[in-house]
Design a binder for this molecule. Structure first.
Ligand SMILES: [Cu+2]
Length: 440
C-alpha cells in the first residue's frame, strides 16, 4: 500500500457510513438495471446463479445480456457465464465463462518502486461505496468483500446501468425520405477500487451490437509519495520547477476465459495482411490476408494489420459460418521492463490456478512460475485463456490535480459471424443478406 494506507483505509470506512446513511434501501438484487418494461421471455433460461448474483438486462434495442457476478478477494469483480441474445436469436449465446482483471502493474520510472496492485496492494479491499448519483438510472448492488478489514464487509459497490453510445448505424434508404438510424445502447457494469492515492474504475460495457468493451480508468490523486524524482524522470506540476511528479506506467491485464456457444474448446486464429506496391499492369497496390492457426500457447505482439479471433467449436450462425469473437486491442504503450509485460496478448491453456498475470499467488505446479509469460510453454490449446496487456505511460501534467481526470485504457471483443446479419437490423432490411439484388 502506498505509505498512508491507514489514512486511506479510514477514509473508506467514513465514506461508507455516509453513503450508507444516504442510500438506505439499495440492496443486493436481481433484475434489470433500469426499470424498462421487458417483453415476457418465451422460456426463461435456467438460472445460473442466485438472484442476488445475477445481472440481466434487456436493452431497448432488443438485445439481452445475462451474467453472474462474484467478488474475489484479490481480483475484485469477476463476471461469469456471460451470454448475449440479440433479437431474433431463440436462446442466449454463451460468450465467456469468466471475465476479470488479471493484474494492474505500476512501475515508476525512477526504478524506486513498482506496485502489483491486485495481488500486493489490496485492490479488492479498496472497493468504494457508490453514491446513487454515480450510477444514474441504474442499480447499486451490495458486495460482501471477502476477509474485509472493515467492521461491515458490505459495500454498496457494484453499479449496473445502461448508457447510450451514439449512432449504432445510419443508412439512407431507397427513397429520400427514409433514413434508417438507431442509437446504440449499452449495459454498463462497474466498480471503483481505491489503491493508495489512486482510484480505479473497472468498467465493463456490454453493447447491444454484441461487442464487449472493458476499460480501466485511473483517477483519484497522483501518488503523493512519488514526487521529486530529481533525475529528470518527473514532470513539474507545482509552481515553477517544483514538485516533480514521478512518471510511471499502468500496465493493466485482463483474463478472459471464452466459452463460445457453451464450449471452452475454442480455436485461436491470427490474421496478418501484407500490402504490396502495384506491379506492372496493376492499377493499385494489392493486399493479401493470411490466417495462421494458433494451436499452441502464444505470446503475441500487436502489429499493423494483425488481429486475432476465438472461433466457436460448435456454433454456427444462420449463414452456416462459425461463430467467433475478434480481439480488438485498444491503444497501448507496451512496457518492456518485465518479462510478463513484453507481449500484448498471451494465450494459455486453461489452468485453474493461473489467475494473475504477475505475482500469481497460487502454486500451480513445481517450477510453473508466477507470471503469464512462464505459462506459455508449448502446451496445446484445447481450452484457451486470453490475457490482454494494455499499457499506459503516465507523465503527469498540471491538469492531473485535483482530482485527477480519469485516464482510460482497455480493449474490446467484437462478434464476427455470431449472427448472420447486423443484430440490430430493422425488420424491413432483413432480406438484404449477402449479394442481394435491389428490388424493383
Ligand atoms: Cu498514473
Amino acid at each position: 500500500m502506498r505509505v498512508n494506507s491507514s489514512i486511506k483505509a479510514r477514509t473508506r470506512v467514513a465514506a461508507g457510513l455516509t453513503v450508507a446513511a444516504l442510500a438506505t434501501g439499495a440492496t443486493a438484487g436481481a433484475g434489470p438495471a433500469t426499470a424498462q418494461p421487458k417483453a415476457a421471455p418465451a422460456a426463461p433460461p435456467a438460472a445460473d446463479c442466485s438472484a442476488a448474483y445475477r445481472i440481466e438486462q434487456k436493452l431497448s434495442s432488443g438485445t439481452t445480456w445475462r451474467m453472474c457476478w462474484r467478488y474475489d478477494g484479490k481480483a475484485g469483480l469477476v463476471l461469469e457465464k456471460i451470454s448475449y441474445q440479440p433479437k431474433g436469436e431463440p436462446k442466449p449465446i454463451r460468450v465467456l465463462n469468466s471475465a476479470r482483471l488479471g493484474q494492474i502493474h505500476v512501475p515508476y520510472d525512477d526504478g524506486n518502486i513498482e506496485y502489483d496492485d491486485l495481488t500486493g496492494f489490496d485492490f479488492a479491499q479498496g472497493l468504494m461505496n457508490l453514491a446513487p448519483s454515480e450510477c444514474p438510472g441504474g442499480t447499486i448492488k451490495t458486495v460482501k468483500v471477502p476477509d474485509s478489514w472493515n467492521d461491515d464487509p458490505n459495500v454498496k459497490g457494484l453499479c449496473t446501468t445502461t448508457r447510450s453510445r451514439g449512432h449504432a448505424y445510419r443508412m439512407q434508404g431507397d427513397t429520400a425520405n427514409k433514413v434508417f438510424q438507431a442509437e446504440g445502447k449499452d449495459l454498463l457494469v462497474y466498480t471503483v477500487n481505491q489503491v493508495g492515492w489512486y482510484e480505479y474504475m473497472t468498467e465493463w460495457r456490454f453493447q447491444d451490437d454484441g461487442a464487449i468493451t472493458m476499460n480501466v480508468g485511473a483517477t483519484g490523486s497522483l501518488s503523493w509519495d512519488d514526487y521529486d524524482a530529481g533525475d529528470g524522470r518527473g514532470w513539474p506540476i507545482g509552481k515553477g520547477a517544483s514538485a516533480k511528479s514521478t512518471s510511471h506506467s499502468h500496465n493493466a491485464f485482463w483474463r478472459l476465459d471464452f466459452a463460445l456457444d457453451g464450449s471452452t474448446k475454442n480455436r485461436v486464429e491470427q490474421y496478418d495482411s501484407t500490402v504490396t506496391a502495384p506491379v506492372r499492369g496493376q492499377r493499385a497496390p494489392t493486399t493479401k490476408t493470411t490466417r495462421t492457426k494458433v494451436g499452441k500457447e502464444l505470446a503475441g505482439d500487436s502489429k499493423n494489420y494483425r488481429w486475432w479471433r476465438m472461433v466457436s467449436a460448435t456454433g454456427k450462425n444462420k449463414d452456416g459460418h462459425a461463430r467467433s469473437y475478434e480481439i480488438v486491442p485498444g491503444p497501448t504503450t507496451k512496457y518492456p521492463g518485465r518479462s510478463y509485460t513484453k507481449h500484448d496478448v498471451y494465450v494459455t491453456q486453461y489452468n485453474k490456478c493461473e489467475l494473475f498475470a504477475s505475482h500469481n499467488p497460487g502454486n500451480c505446479a513445481a517450477g510453473a512460475g508466477k507470471s503469464v509469460d512462464k505459462w506459455v510453454n508449448g502446451q496445446a490449446l484445447t481450452h484457451p485463456v486470453v490475457w490482454m496487456n494494455i499499457g499506459f505511460h503516465h507523465i503527469a501534467r498540471d491538469e492531473d490535480q485535483q482530482p485527477m481526470p480519469v485516464h482510460w485504457q482497455g480493449f474490446s471483443i467484437a462478434p464476427r459471424d455470431v449472427t448472420a446479419m447486423n443484430p440490430l437490423t430493422p425488420a424491413e432490411l432483413g432480406w438484404q443478406n449477402g449479394h442481394w439484388q435491389p428490388r424493383g
